[in-house]
Design a protein around this ligand. Structure first.
Ligand code: SF4
Length: 244
């Protein structure tokens, strides 16, 4: 795997003044084609030159060294760290990324700070042994493997994502599903209820539209469609005691 060095690793996530994020990798082998917002930004700011380069990720080899230094200096003003906003902490096919993310989460937790994890990979079972205040999420917008192969070609199969999340839930961890970018029926015709039933064990669900592509505008009344889907998610969550 390629590697790079960085000058810093933690940065304000913009969610609140106490919330930070870190990305121990540049690029992402999952190669989502919606397209991926992180890839668009990496292209715009000249961090990568192409999609081909984006899907050949480079690990930040001085991550732990930077993290230790920055936590020592700033731990008192950090409440929460999100992994990740511009890559995937449990990237399929990269055990070194998995290992580095686990070690980073452990180090952050040892400083009394919780982590929020979001992946399209497989959440490792070892996470169940870490800080109970952490929250573990998967991105999931379909159950159809043909859809996944087309739009999230390098990511983990849906069932593997769900099973790993279910395991962490069974161990008492806080779990959530990020349903974004949810496709309109001209991209795939599917039943939202089936997806919701499959993840009905989680603590929290958030739902978002398919952005950064003109495809949804080809569907007549995409606004009406999304209003109906949002209502369905709200009703489902309320009847199952799930935050949304
Ligand atoms: S998993 Fe996330 S970071 Fe990776 S390509 Fe897909 S959307 Fe981008």
């Amino acid at each position: 795997m390629k590697s790079i060095l960085r000058k810093s690793i933690l940065y304000k996530s913009g969610i609140s003044s106490l919330d930070y994020a870190m990305n121990p990798v540049l690029g992402c082998a999952h190669g989502c084609r919606y397209p991926c917002y992180a890839w668009l930004m990496a292209m715009r700011f000249g961090k990568v030159k192409s999609y081909t380069q984006w899907i050949q990720p480079a690990i930040v080899s001085n991550t732990l060294e930077l993290l230790e230094k920055e936590l020592q200096k700033w731990h008192w003003k950090i409440r929460h760290v999100q992994l990740c906003l511009t890559t995937d902490p449990f990237m399929v096919g990269y055990p070194e990324v998995r290992q580095l993310s686990l070690e980073s989460i452990r180090m952050i937790n040892q400083n009394g700070i919780s982590c929020g994890i979001l992946t399209k990979g497989v959440l490792p079972p070892e996470l169940a042994e870490l800080d109970q205040r952490n929250s573990y999420g998967i991105s999931l917008v379909s159950l159809d493997e043909e859809f996944r192969k087309k739009w999230e070609p390098g990511a983990a199969p849906y069932q593997e994502r769900i099973d790993a999340l279910r395991y962490l839930h069974s161990k008492g961890m806080h779990t959530w599903v990020h349903m974004e970018p949810y496709p309109t029926p001209n991209i795939i015709s599917q039943d939202l209820k089936e997806i919701l039933e499959e993840i009905s064990f989680v603590d929290s669900i958030d739902f978002g539209r398919w952005n950064y592509s003109s495809m949804i505008s080809h569907f007549p009344d995409s606004n009406g469609f999304y209003r109906a889907m949002e209502e369905q998610v709200r009703t489902f969550c309320e009847s199952h005691g799930i935050e949304y």
